[in-house]
Design a protein around this ligand. Structure first.
Ligand code: HEC
Ligand code: HEC
Length: 255
């Protein structure tokens, strides 16, 4: 992408001109530009299939959180230049393996949510992330089958039941008989990154075209939240499927 003079350079120029008449005129102009600048993080339609491929490749470049984020924001940078291309992508590596190998939020969910958060705000952002996470909890993946896999290996599908890396990876390792440090596990997570990136872009496209419908959280969570929602008395802050930690036992042993 050919670079034009960036807005930042223009703003710098305005500062140099400060105090002069021309500088004053420039300042007014700058403010208009600065206001517009915020909107340049807008989403432009992306191809889900292309994003899926980039998610897979991005995983091998910098793992789950980095790869999924870059498959969206980096792709916008390749197509539309600034400000997307100026993002410090390297920082997204913090999310690897549930944040610095803590096994908390799956990096593919962290990276895609960060991309959504950069492009949208408020309810729109939260509804898309909720739909993405609800999809992740219940979907059997990996779905993506790369034409030229980095590691061509047996690839069972498992549903994570949770957005937590710990459980998502753990269930797949049990089903496949692999270990965390195996190349098979890397390949699995690369394909999950592809799936997540594709799903995020499908949701963003639907939002762009006004056809987006919020995905439902698990029936367990919604039944428990009837009493435990954040605005209720016995409140618990979560939209996660409660079963994975609290089990299925209802009614409560003691209430
Ligand atoms: C009909 C309303 C209702 C539903 C539905 C409900 N809860 Fe509760 N829950 C309560 C109330 C009220 C308390 C507080 C009880 C107390 O103080 O003894 C509670 C307490 C709890 C506690 C605290 C420990 C305990 O056992 O007392 C946990 C954990 C819990 N609920 C989990 C869940 C989960 C998981 C679900 C869904 C599978 C669920 N609840 C569904 C009303 C409900
Ligand atoms: C990742 C595991 C996990 C998930 C998922 C989870 N919880 Fe919990 N929850 C816990 C733990 C751990 C505690 C603390 C238990 C303790 O202190 O004995 C807890 C405590 C609670 C309590 C007791 C009050 C409190 O806040 O400490 C309630 C009520 C509760 N959870 C409801 C829910 C509901 C409803 C859901 C689903 C929407 C849910 N939890 C999902 C792990 C989880």
């Amino acid at each position: 992408m050919k670079k034009e003079i960036t807005r930042r350079q223009l703003l710098g120029y305005g500062a140099v001109m400060g105090g002069t008449l021309a500088g004053g005129a420039m300042l007014g102009n700058d403010m208009a530009i600065a206001g517009k600048d915020k909107k340049t993080w807008a989403y432009h339609e992306l191809d889900p299939a292309e994003t899926e491929k980039l998610g897979y490749e991005g995983f091998y470049e910098g793992r789950c959180c980095f790869g999924t984020f870059k498959s969206i924001i980096g792709q916008l940078g390749d197509k539309y230049g600034a400000p997307y291309e100026d993002f410090p992508f390297e920082m997204m590596k913090y999310g690897t393996a549930g944040v610095a190998f803590w096994g908390t939020l799956c990096g593919a969910m962290n990276g895609t949510a960060a991309a959504v958060g950069l492009l949208l705000s408020g309810e729109d952002r939260d509804k898309i992330i909720t739909s993405l996470y609800a999809w992740y909890e219940k979907t059997e993946f990996p779905i993506y089958s790369p034409p030229k896999p980095v590691h061509d290996c047996n690839m069972p599908k498992t549903s994570a039941g949770s957005v937590l890396c710990h459980r998502s990876v753990g269930k797949w390792l049990q089903a496949s008989g692999n270990t965390f440090i195996s190349k098979e596990k890397l390949e699995r997570c690369a394909r999950v990154a592809a799936d997540a990136a594709k799903k995020a872009v499908e949701l963003l496209n639907a939002h762009l075209h006004g056809t987006f419908k919020e995905g439902a959280i698990s029936t367990t969570a919604s039944s428990c939240l009837a009493c435990h929602g954040i605005e209720k008395e016995a409140n618990a802050l979560s939209k996660m499927d409660c079963r994975i930690c609290h089990g299925d036992k209802l009614p409560h042993p003691k209430r």
